[in-house]
Design a protein around this ligand. Sequence first.
Ligand SMILES: *[C@@H]1O[C@H](CO)[C@@H](O)[C@H](O)[C@H]1NC(C)=O
Length: 318
Amino acid sequence: MDELEWENQTTITEFLLLGFGDFHELQILLFFPFLVIYVLTMTGNILIIVLVLTDQHLHTPMYLFLANLSCLEICYTSTILPRMLASFLTGNRTVPVHGCIVQFWVFGSLAASECYLLSAMSFDRYVAICKPLHYTAIMKTKVCLQLVAASWVCGFVENAILILFVFDLTFCGHNEIDHFFCDFIPIMQLSCTDTHKAQLALTFLASFCTFPAFILTIASYVYIINAIIRIPSVRGRQKAFSTCSSHLVVVSIFYGTIIIVYVLPKTEILKNLNKMFSVFYTVLTPLVNPLIYSLRNKEVKEAWKRCVMKCKSNRNIM
Ligand SMILES: *[C@@H]1O[C@H](CO)[C@@H](O)[C@H](O)[C@H]1NC(C)=O
């Protein structure tokens, strides 16, 4: 074996995450907007959790689910943004192969958990709007807790199975990933062993776990919209719709960008836009969710007002 060939066969232990290009100045420029996004995302989601847990009016399944979603999204951005910010600042773009796979595992698990939690939330809206008389009997505290726990556990177990196959792969030769985090497809492209089994595992899990959650969400909304249309008064229709519109917006953004990145065929134009859409569902969704709920949802708005009043009166007493 000559030297060149040998080099091709060397197992690599580090990947190079190319991120958003090579220019050092650009990296520094990108650091600040992403830092602001990260700080705002953390603040927004923490405020939602605090608001829901402290305001008695928001102790309903819908808002407890929302607080759980915020909790999930804090973890979700934290698997991607801190590493990205550090690499903008230091210019160090290498990641150990195992670190990369672990990042994909945690990120993938949280994304799957988010799918399940979103479908639990739409099921909650379905029961509230289509079966209002049975709502308290169906959405008991215990049931809600079970749904939340199942979302987390299923997400992590599902991806652990996938990771078993990914850890089996060896990587050699080329080590550059043209992306800003370790995602499934770029990791597969760098493997020099057969990725067939891992791809099959992904297809299997996506079709039997994630896809049904997606269908459940869609089905809930078909029933919900169908029920809302049949409400005779305009006021009643608006009132029913306002309780689920924020959630519908959140679901549409999340699934919309995921479908563009993972499901649509990879044409040249889409390939170039892929990174941008990935920024949408990894970085921007967790940022806009608390905003959507705070701006569109009447009950959350009123809870904010109560919270501000409480703070003011506390200050007056002191
Ligand atoms: C998550 O949801 C459960 C069940 O509804 C609730 O008891 C719990 O307080 C929520 N957790 C957070 C952090 O909001």
